[in-house]
Design a protein around this ligand. Structure first.
Ligand code: GLV
Length: 320
């Protein structure tokens, strides 16, 4: 019998049909964007594999119901939607898509830094609204060159951001669970700092760490108050790394100068208080949203499943 694969969302049907041609695929019907959790729960017991979108919860209840499940392949590098500890206990492999997402996510982080510091979106908005005052001493931004970019989470995306920022003349400091090798520190000209020092000394603080119980609200009111008053916060990781209420207060009170956000604590329902703040650049989780990358992620996530059953390479996030 062909292994049964449940794909939770309805994109790249042709990619899945090609890569998983020897599998029995179930996807939402044409015209329906995604399966809902309640649709999946009663039928999940018959599936051998799930290809899940990053916001589809794979929790204890679903894992208990999924009696035949062998692998969850997440369409994302982040896998905070999955109870990995419980999946591991149940012998379920969890895989993700690290390779395709690194560069595009770093591009968006760099784009947010440029937009904020050089006031690109700000000036664009004022110009279109005919509210912009031209003049050589108006619309002054901040130079990137010589400024410290503090990277919280110096994994693949953090390093890719460092490469881009180095090209703009920024100085790299970082904090990471594991310190980089001396060779890597030299390569990125990156200075290791404990978290609070990184926060207090950086001109730009970029969050590039996964969401875990340790990183939830890692940037809270107290840490925001430690930042320089002319510093910028960039978040392209996951919304809940930042206590968003505290961030709104900090932005309102000019405790920090601005924020560039690709992710929000409230998911795709961005709160009005944030929308009303002019010292922000806000984008709708587009870190990996390019024509090329979306397709590469689909191929990668499907190949994880194909390889799991064929004994090939799987980008595993858990050890069984
Ligand atoms: C996107 O947010 C990802 O985790 O790949």
């Amino acid at each position: 019998m062909k292994p049964k694969v449940l794909i939770t969302y309805n994109i790249y049907r042709e990619v899945y049909s090609e890569v998983l041609k020897d599998f029995d695929i179930t996807m939402p019907a044409e015209g329906i964007e995604t399966f809902k959790y309640e649709d999946v729960l009663p039928v999940v017991d018959s599936f051998d594999a799930i290809l899940s979108m990053w916001n589809f919860p794979i929790d204890k209840q679903l894992l208990d119901a999924a009696k035949n499940l062998k692998i969850v392949s997440n369409y994302a590098v982040g896998y905070d939607n999955i109870d990995v500890v419980y999946a591991t206990r149940r012998g379920v492999t969890v895989a993700n898509t690290p390779d395709p997402v690194t560069d595009p996510t770093a591009d968006i982080a760099m784009g947010l830094i440029l937009s904020l510091m050089r006031r690109i979106t700000d000036c664009d908005k004022m110009l279109r609204a005919k509210e912009l005052k031209w003049g050589i001493m108006n619309n002054l931004g901040s130079s990137l060159s010589g400024k410290q970019l503090g990277i919280l989470g110096m994994g693949r995306i953090g390093k890719a951001l460092a490469r881009r920022a180095l090209a703009c003349g920024m100085n790299i400091a970082y904090c990471n669970r594991n310190r980089l090798s001396a060779i890597d520190e030299k390569l990125y000209n990156a200075k290791y700092m404990p978290l609070d020092e990184l926060i207090a000394t950086s001109d730009v603080l970029s969050l590039n760490a996964p969401l875990t119980s340790e990183t939830y609200h890692i940037i809270d009111a107290q840490r925001l108050s430690m930042m320089k008053s002319d510093a910028f916060l960039i978040n392209t990781a996951r919304g809940p790394l930042v206590d968003e209420k505290a961030l709104i207060e900090a932005l309102r009170n000019n405790t920090i100068k601005g924020a560039g956000l690709d992710v929000f604590e409230t998911g795709d329902n961005v709160c009005d208080e944030l929308l009303a703040l002019s010292n922000t650049v806000l984008v709708p989780h587009i870190g990996t949203q390019t024509v090329e990358v979306r397709k590469e992620m689909a191929e990668y996530a499907a190949t994880n499943i194909l390889n799991y059953f064929n004994g090939g390479k799987v980008a595993r996030v858990n050890k069984l």
